[in-house]
Design a protein around this ligand. Structure first.
Ligand SMILES: [Fe+2]
Ligand SMILES: [Fe+2]
Length: 184
């Protein structure tokens, strides 16, 4: 791993380890699963700056562990990303590029524009289909929320062509699972 990526990874692990909430125990597994998706998608976009992408991947959810959990973590993660990258002396252009990826990863009020930001947003959504996010939410009684999340994630992978087709069998499988899941 590149030194900057490694520093970002260590900063994320240290920050999330300081959070006592067991709900977040899967945070590192989540980021690793986003990285796996990113590796498989970025090869199709040779213009991708992989260092920028991987730093953004490690920092995109960090705001969940530094502020009030009700706050939009795209915003709090951007603030923490800028603070951390400035502190370790990264140049302003790279800070802005990484901060954009982090800020836009939820595709809500700000949409991803750069290729690195689009790959992060797509991989973040795609990763939910290949980890335990949805079943964990259903288990906690959040069936309505999780059904809406599956739809949002499936919509957001559209940012890059071909990914929705790849995800489709998983999308259908999760919808079927949630339909018969015994709650609410
Ligand atoms: Fe996130
Ligand atoms: Fe995420």
């Amino acid at each position: 791993l590149d030194a900057l990526v490694e520093k970002s990874k260590q900063h994320f692990i240290k920050t999330f380890n300081s959070d006592p909430d067991p709900l977040y125990k899967l945070a590192v597994e989540h980021v690793e699963s986003v990285e796996k998706w990113a590796l498989s998608i970025a090869t199709n976009y040779t213009e991708t700056n992989l260092e920028i992408l991987h730093v953004a991947i490690w920092l995109h959810d960090i705001g969940q562990f530094v502020t009030d959990k009700l706050e939009d973590h795209a915003q709090s993660s951007e603030i923490e990303t800028r603070r951390f990258l400035h502190q370790i002396g990264l140049n302003q252009i790279d800070i802005d590029t990484i901060a954009h990826c982090v800020r836009a990863h939820r595709c809500r009020d700000i949409m991803p524009i750069s290729i690195e930001a689009k790959i992060l947003a797509v991989c973040d959504s795609a990763s939910h289909f290949t980890e335990s996010t949805y079943i964990d939410m259903a288990r906690r009684g959040l069936k309505k929320d999780v059904i809406a999340k599956v739809e949002r994630d499936y919509r957001d992978v559209c940012l890059l062509p071909g990914i929705q087709e790849r995800i489709k069998p998983l999308y259908n499988a999760w919808k079927n699972l949630l339909r018969v899941y015994p709650c609410e």
